[in-house]
Design a protein around this ligand. Structure first.
Ligand code: AMP
Ligand code: MG
Length: 328
């Protein structure tokens, strides 16, 4: 079975093509909307997605080396995300399904980050530490659903990092720059550490950092280093707590922030200490991508799930545990 997946929950438009039989990602084309300053304006991102979607499709088909009649299934990200951009992906998916006369399946974006790990690695039942721009969640399968075991109580960790980087005038996206500066950091500056039960909070830390940056008393390198050490320790702590609570012995990383080598290292140390296994993906599968949408779509389709074209809506506020999981 070959599935074409479409991703459009936020800044990234993507087309992925996955061959289920060969367990292979045939194409994973990503085109992300970027800004020099500031955040993203929904209407502008939607415009971007409309501009790039035919080119993404063309590139994906060329890369996969298939014809349209080879496609068996269309999958699209149904939510959660920005309504303006989700709508573009859903409309595109409906059109393709009608034209190609193929079944359609709507996919939850957060769950897709976990399913791609199960598809591409040996992981069978991992806890997912999902750390992206807008989302920060610890997700695992339990009692027939994907459940959120912990999350941020305020801002997503990627957005937090990007705001911090913007205040340091390092540009957008901030993550890779912070990582670079952190490597030359020498001194650990004590910062607010906020784990509340299974959850984390970043708002207080953000205010603290804004003040520090304005005061110009610390070096950028030390600040970046200290922010990484503090925030990643919080993330790894809640991930470990979820593993202990569920009794699971696999940890999977997901989301753009998972590209960070220091976060990977800290997660690896924690896993080694509790004799668990850490699963790390290529960066192209960490960030928002459509290969994961295709993969999740295949799993759902195999379980007999289907989204009728007339019902192929968007679900901007869908929660991970709203989804009925028939494929596990
Ligand atoms: P996503 O929303 O999953 O596409 O992830 C985007 C977020 O990942 C942005 O906030 C980036 O700043 C962040 N990011 C990307 N690379 C890194 C990195 N090396 N370290 C930390 N954050 C990163
Ligand atoms: Mg994502």
């Amino acid at each position: 079975m070959i599935c074409l997946g479409i991703e459009s929950t936020a800044h990234t438009f993507g087309i992925g093509i996955v061959d289920q039989k060969g367990k292979k990602v045939l194409a994973n084309i990503i085109n992300a909307y970027k800004t020099e300053i500031g955040g993203i304006i929904p209407a502008k991102v939607a415009e971007h997605h409309i501009e790039v979607l035919d080119d993404c499709l063309k590139k994906a088909m060329e890369k996969a080396g298939i014809r349209f009649n080879n496609i068996d299934l269309i999958a699209y990200s149904q939510g959660p995300g920005i309504g303006h951009t989700l709508r573009i992906g859903a409309a595109f998916a409906r059109s393709l399904a009608l034209l190609l006369k193929k079944p359609l399946i709507g996919v939850n974006h957060c769950i897709a980050h976990l399913e791609i790990g199960r598809f591409l690695t040996e992981a069978k039942d991992p806890v997912l530490l999902y750390v992206s721009g807008a989302n920060t969640q610890v997700i695992a399968y339990e009692a027939s659903k994907y459940r959120v075991f912990g999350e941020t109580l305020d801002i997503g960790v990627g957005n937090f990092i990007d705001t911090f980087a913007r205040e340091l005038e390092l540009g957008f996206p901030g993550g890779p720059k912070i990582e670079e500066f952190a490597r030359s950091g020498k001194k650990y500056i004590k910062l607010p550490y906020s784990v509340k039960g299974m959850d984390i909070s970043l708002g207080g830390l953000q205010t603290n950092l804004s003040k520090r940056i304005k005061a110009k008393q610390d070096s950028k390198e030390d600040l970046c280093f200290s922010v990484q050490e503090t925030v990643f320790a919080m993330l790894v702590e809640v991930a470990e707590r979820a593993m202990a609570h569920t009794g699971k012995s696999e940890l999977l990383l997901g989301g753009g922030v998972a590209c960070n080598k220091r976060l990977q290292e800290m997660a690896r140390i924690m896993c080694e200490e509790r004799k668990a296994k850490l699963f790390v993906l290529e960066n192209q599968f960490f960030i928002d991508n459509a290969a994961m949408i295709a993969i999740c779509g295949i799993e759902m389709h195999k379980a007999g799930m289907k989204t009728e074209v007339e019902e192929a809506n968007i679900r901007p506020y869908e929660r991970t545990d709203d989804v009925e999981v028939k494929w596990r």
